[in-house]
Design a protein around this ligand. Structure first.
Ligand SMILES: [Zn+2]
Length: 267
């Protein structure tokens, strides 16, 4: 066996412009478009944002509505209610369902199934003109089951239409087990420069309206990494994954014991 050097950001091919220009970008929450898709959020042919009302803070829907009215590019805001999966996923022993990731209680699973059905129906129309689609990965990047649900819905429609489907290679201590249990064959990762100016402009809009859900000090990556999802199963190239670390050290201290798992994945 020959030893091929691990792929790095420097040796990775660039995402072709033509792929982005005809593509739809589908994100779960308002702000996901710049957090995980900053290289394509401004230039994808269409941007579809699924959720508006978080169901737990009255100001969220109002603030998100204002952001949508001032957003610096055309977008389709579906304004669905969030299925409220946050902290209702067994990240230490995750199970995939046809709708994303199984929740810890049947009520949440019910909401997820209903939202999935709603979303598939809408996306069958909304993705009609797209030549490719970008969305969340199966384990929801840092570990958000709303993202996993959106992935499952988009994948259902993209598979039926034979549309190329690409996801960001992002994971965290919380989601690393779900990453390992995912069922997809991954094509070669590709990099793309993040449009920092656009991301900062959008972040300040969310901050102004009190609905930036992430760390205000978050430094946008300078480059994204995407890989095409294919039918089959296979591992995700660990060297291509962007790890969200600090977030979990703060939010999920009980998972820090898994650092060895994370470190071995990065090796
Ligand atoms: Zn999100």
């Amino acid at each position: 066996m020959t030893n091929t050097p691990p792929m790095t950001l420097e040796t990775m091919p660039s995402l072709p412009d033509a792929l982005v220009e005809g593509a739809a970008l589908v994100v779960a929450h308002p702000d996901d478009e710049v957090l995980w898709f900053g290289s394509i959020a401004a230039r994808a042919q269409s941007l579809i944002v699924c959720f508006e009302d978080s169901g737990n803070a009255a100001h969220t829907a109002r603030g998100r509505r204002r952001v949508s009215e001032a957003f610096p590019r055309p977008a389709r805001w579906l304004r669905l209610n969030e299925p409220r999966t946050w902290r209702r996923t067994s990240w230490n022993d995750p199970t995939y369902t046809p709708h994303g990731l199984q929740a810890t209680d049947p009520q949440t699973d019910q909401r997820v199934a209903e939202t999935f059905a709603q979303l598939v129906e809408i996306l069958e129309r909304e993705l009609a003109g797209a030549t490719a689609v970008f969305t969340h990965n199966p384990w929801g990047e840092y570990g958000h089951a709303d993202h996993a649900l959106v992935h499952a819905a988009v994948r259902t429609v993209a598979t039926a239409r034979e549309l190329p489907l690409l996801c960001p290679l992002i994971a965290s201590l919380t989601s690393v087990r779900a990453l390992r249990r995912q069922q997809a064959a991954w094509g070669s990762p590709m990099r793309a420069d993040v449009d920092i100016e656009f991301c900062e402009r959008v972040r300040s809009l969310y901050v102004t309206h009190g609905v930036w859900t992430w760390d205000e000090q978050w430094n946008f990556w300078t480059r994204d990494v995407f890989a095409p999802v294919q039918v089959g199963s296979g591992t995700v190239p660990a060297s291509a994954i962007r790890w969200v670390r600090g977030f979990l050290d703060r939010e999920y201290p009980e998972h820090v014991e898994d650092r060895a798992v994370l470190d071995s994945s990065q090796a």
